[in-house]
Write a protein that binds this ligand. Structure first.
Ligand SMILES: C[S@@+](CC[C@H](N)C(=O)[O-])C[C@H]1O[C@@H](n2cnc3c(N)ncnc32)[C@H](O)[C@@H]1O
Length: 276
């Protein structure tokens, strides 16, 4: 599969456009999804208090998706800006903020073209780094986030851990099996996802997911075929890039637990980094 920036962005945009509406509907109906988001929001607030040197008020989310974090934080009193590359995601986040009666500024934008300078107490880059087209973009994004933070502010970013012992999207176990089938059910809806993983390059940590999504929704059955190129980062890749971007104080947590990890083998790695 071609690995040019254009191909990668086109594929990712198509996937996130197709899934935007139905994922939001699923999120609205799923108690489990709401609980998972609440748990992540609790972690974010913990990280703000534990790692920023001053009270966090202004927050930027550089790939806000359907707005679950920015809307959740706005409910908790933070001033949030969410941006996302996919216009349909921005529209859905706007509708969500309106529906829930909170004020959030939402913009279409690219996580690798941030123009901010010392504007934010906290920046979120959640479930996004693995989608950026190449390693230069990851570093560019982290450097721009560093610039966007006020001194003493924090970046919270995460990755899936390829060395996780179980079966997750990013685990080497699933990559080596070469396919994955998953199902999510909520009231009146079912998402079945069938993935075939191709062209895995372990040195560069890159693979393509060919994905068929079968969505049984109140308005009928929808089938989408997409492909996404995902980058598998190790703990050391991210640590290295965060340091290159200028961060010195970096802590790694796992699975949204508020205890720093020692030898991170868990499914999700969350990095909290402070700008001096
Ligand atoms: C897996 S979703 C995560 C969304 C959100 N952070 C969350 O946790 O719910 C990834 C999001 O990244 C967005 N995205 C992909 N490439 C981007 C880029 N270069 N800049 C900004 N957003 C991007 C997609 O449109 C999608 O909404």
């Amino acid at each position: 599969m071609e690995n040019t920036k254009e191909t990668v962005l086109k594929a990712s945009r198509a996937y996130y456009t197709h899934m935007a509406y139905y994922e939001d509907l699923l999120a609205q109906r799923s108690r489990r999804a709401a609980e998972a988001t609440r748990h992540e929001l609790d972690f974010l607030e913990f990280a703000f208090h534990a790692h920023a040197t001053h009270q966090v008020r202004d927050v930027l989310d550089v790939a806000c998706g359907n707005g679950r974090h920015v809307v959740g934080l706005a409910h908790r009193g933070y001033q949030c800006i969410g941006l996302d590359f996919t216009p349909e995601r921005v529209e859905i986040a706007e509708a969500r903020a309106k529906r829930e009666g909170v004020s959030v500024k939402l913009l279409q934008g690219d996580a690798t073209r941030l123009k901010y300078e010392s504007d934010f107490d906290a920046v979120l880059a959640l479930y996004i780094l693995f989608l950026l087209p190449d390693d230069d973009d990851v570093l560019k994004c982290l450097q721009q986030v560093y610039r966007a933070l006020k001194s003493g502010g924090v970046l919270i970013c995460n990755i899936g851990n390829p060395f996780f012992d179980g079966k997750d999207w990013f685990s080497l176990k699933v990559i080596h099996e070469g396919h994955r089938v998953s199902e999510r059910r909520v009231r009146g809806m079912r998402f079945t996802t069938i993935d075939r993983i191709q062209d895995f390059d372990p040195v560069h940590g890159v693979a393509w997911w060919q994905e068929k999504s079968i969505i049984e929704a109140p308005d009928g059955i929808h089938i989408f075929r997409d492909r996404e190129r995902l980058r598998l980062f190790t703990y050391w890749d991210i640590l290295h890039d965060l340091q290159e971007a200028g961060f010195k104080e970096i802590k790694c947590y796992t699975d949204w637990k508020i205890k720093p990890a020692k030898k991170p083998k868990e499914e999700k790695l969350i990095f909290v980094s402070r700008k001096d």
